[in-house]
Ligand binder design. Structure first.
Ligand code: GLU
Ligand code: ZN
Length: 330
């Protein structure tokens, strides 16, 4: 833990879709963890993923979280709207922070323009790689002298990739334990900006978590591989990384991350279209973490008394029919 500053974590929803049972579980966990450590919770909206961002989802996410009983100390609709020290809290308003880091990386020679399409990268795969993401065999690393050159050659504005370090990256996750990965074997050089004026997720999240003095990043474990990339960026930028805690996902019976194909599991659906109470949803989320019996109803305050990191299963939680029935979704 960073001892000199208080515990701070963030809720970082992407308004590309609605809040569903899976992200609600991660946010509930973050709330419990922060409150049990007398820490602070920051709301940050990650709306850089154009064109998938749906601005109308932002308000719905706040409403859903508040309906469940979650609150946060800083950011939009927070308990302390007068605190703006770490703002703005919406990523699309923070490009100047990202540009500064981008310039630093460029001056250090850590990034380069890349004009590859997905098809180019697919065609260059020499072997199948783990994960959903395509391995990038550093095709553009020494190809262009500058972005103008890249644009002239390819006829398009280049993205920018970070020259990832060679060798094993190691960190200790506060839930999953020791994590080891060789970025050059796993992902290759990775994208940090869609173009010079538009940061991509990996850079934005590092710049923001650093600028907002986040001491522990909490998120679902599908982002574990990203953490190695982010740690490499912290190092390149001369910043001290926060601690990380990755939680298992909520998945469907087919083993895939909870999504539309598993039925409607949006919190707004439960809130608007069923008679299920927020306490019942909280009780069920608590049940998936082994803090409650199936069907129990709980307030946030009651649940806080039962919070115990050690009880949480390390396996993904599989949503079955009985769960959807309990929540009034079928
Ligand atoms: N905005 C990301 C998401 O909703 C979370 C990213 C993070 O926590 O680092 O999946
Ligand atoms: Zn390329």
């Amino acid at each position: 833990m960073k001892k000199d500053i208080p515990y701070r974590t963030r809720l970082a929803p992407s308004p590309t879709g609605a809040l569903h049972l899976g992200n609600a579980r991660t946010f509930l966990f973050s709330w419990l963890r922060a409150r049990s450590l007398c820490g602070e919770i920051i709301m940050r909206i990650e709306d850089l993923d154009h064109p998938k961002v749906k601005p109308e989802k932002i308000g719905e996410i706040y409403t859903d979280l508040k309906w469940l009983g979650l609150d946060w100390d800083e950011g939009p609709q927070s308990l302390n709207p007068e605190i703006t020290t770490y703002g703005p809290y919406i990523q699309s308003e923070r490009q100047n922070f990202y540009s500064e880091a981008f310039e630093q990386l460029r001056q250090q020679g850590d990034i380069y323009p890349c004009t590859c399409t997905r098809a180019d990268i697919q065609a260059a795969q020499s072997a199948p790689h783990a994960g959903d993401e395509l391995f990038y065999p550093n095709l553009c690393r020494d190809k262009y002298t500058d972005p103008e050159h890249a644009e002239r050659e390819s006829g398009k504005v280049p993205a920018w990739r970070f020259h990832a370090p060679q060798g094993e990256s190691v960190f200790t996750d506060n839930f999953c334990g020791t994590q080891i990965e060789d970025l050059q074997l796993f992902s290759g050089d990775f994208v940090i900006a869609r173009n010079e004026k538009s940061a991509a997720y990996q850079l934005a999240v590092v710049v923001d978590d650093n600028a907002m003095d986040i001491t522990e990043v909490i998120r679902a474990d599908d982002l574990l591989p990203s953490t190695h990339r982010q740690i490499a960026l912290y190092e390149a930028l001369g910043m001290r990384p926060p601690e990380f805690l990755h939680l298992p996902l909520v998945i469907g019976e087919d083993g895939r991350r909870l999504a539309k194909r598993h039925g409607d599991t949006r919190i707004s659906q439960i809130r608007n279209e069923t008679k299920t109470s927020a306490q019942k949803v909280i009780g069920w989320l608590a049940y998936t973490m082994k803090f409650a019996e199936f069907g129990e109803e709980l307030s946030m305050q009651e649940l806080l008394l039962r919070f115990d990191l050690k009880k949480i299963p390390h396996k993904a939680y599989v949503v079955r029919e009985k769960d959807l029935q309990l929540l009034g979704l079928i």
